[in-house]
Design a binder for this molecule. Structure first.
Ligand code: F6P
Length: 322
């Protein structure tokens, strides 16, 4: 192996910097050169590639966002864009690539390998937790804790006013952030794409909760869930009732902030695991952590199968919400 390029791609997530640091330092420890690509695949196409040695990644483990910058590049979806990116990598002496990002970024990495012969390894960096082959993606823990802090605060005012709150959290097409923040935040219900919930049932549950003497109700809504998002859902559930309700959308604050201990360690382990996989000659695999063990999963499997127990936690959440 001659030189590794590392990039962060798609939505940033807390812990990406810990992973970048780990890639640069694990490469250094193995005597392999490392370069950083700025602004994801867009920067790759524009040739924004610079050396990244062990000292260059000093003092970044605690930082949110990504020091490399990131982007969602439309041009990389074209053959022409990818050919330009490949030429720039070759000119920089690169033969191996570590892509830190979500499922779109893994798809891009796969094409870089299949069309241009680079060895590519992925690190699952997204707050959405929507890639299998790992128990948790990088940034999920921090994002959930951020959402949880907001939910705790909203609960204070909800309880003071005897109010129902609908809180919308991020997650794109996945309900993991909603499930984990709802379960840990003592929500009455979480409304997620993974379950076929019914608006009449949620209304009944909320009304019953207040009748039983609860002073607040929190309903966590996964973003994009049904028409009108949390506002639409709240309106339909509460119309023709006397429920005093408010809606709060947490938005991009969930993506920022210093990574938690868990995300820093995950970033360190996954980044290091990515370099080890490349040294072993592995290709088109994503590095993940399952039951504390670092594993490699072929790209395709990370977006086509998922054996993580979402349903079990959802059922637990339901049983305990009373
Ligand atoms: O994939 C991470 C994520 O934060 C999703 O939860 C959300 O749907 C999306 O990115 C928002 O993307 P953007 O920052 O481009 O608006």
């Amino acid at each position: 192996m001659r030189r590794i390029a590392v990039l962060t791609s798609g939505g940033d997530s807390p812990g990406m910097n810990a992973a970048v640091r780990a890639v640069a330092r694990a490469a250094d420890a193995a005597g392999v050169g490392c370069v950083g690509v700025s602004d994801g695949y867009r920067g790759m196409i524009q040739g924004q590639i610079r050396p990244l040695d062990a000292r260059d990644v000093s003092g970044i483990i605690q930082l949110g966002g990504t020091v490399l910058g990131t982007a969602r590049s439309k041009k990389f979806y074209t053959e022409e864009g990818r050919a330009k990116a490949a030429t720039n990598l070759r000119n920089a002496g690169v033969d191996s690539v570590v892509v830190i990002g979500g499922d779109g970024s893994m798809h891009g990495a796969e094409l870089l390998s299949q069309e241009h012969g680079f060895n590519v390894v992925g690190v699952p960096g997204t707050i959405d937790n929507d890639l299998s082959g790992t128990d948790f993606t990088l940034g999920f823990d921090t994002a959930v804790n951020t959402a949880l802090e907001a939910i705790d605060k909203i609960r204070d005012t909800a309880a003071s006013h005897n109010r129902l709150f609908f809180i919308e959290v991020m997650g794109r097409n996945a309900g993991w952030i909603a499930l984990y923040s709802g379960l840990s935040g003592g929500a009455t219900a979480v409304l997620v794409p993974e379950s076929d919930w019914d608006e009449d049932n949620i209304r009944r549950k909320v009304v019953e909760s207040f009748a039983l003497g609860k002073r607040f109700c929190i309903v966590v809504v996964a973003e994009g869930e049904r028409e009108g998002g949390a506002f639409g859902v709240a309106q339909r559930i509460c119309e023709a009732t006397e429920l005093d309700y408010r809606v709060s959308t947490l938005g991009h604050m969930q993506r920022g902030g210093a990574p938690t201990m868990r995300d820093r360690i995950l970033g360190a382990r996954l980044g290091d695991g990515a370099v080890t996989a490349l040294l072993d000659g592995d290709n088109e695999v994503m590095i993940g952590e399952r039951k504390l063990e670092i594993i490699r999963t072929p790209f395709q499997e990370t977006w086509t199968t998922d054996d993580r127990d979402f349903g079990g936690l959802l059922a637990l959440m339901d049983r305990l919400a009373r």
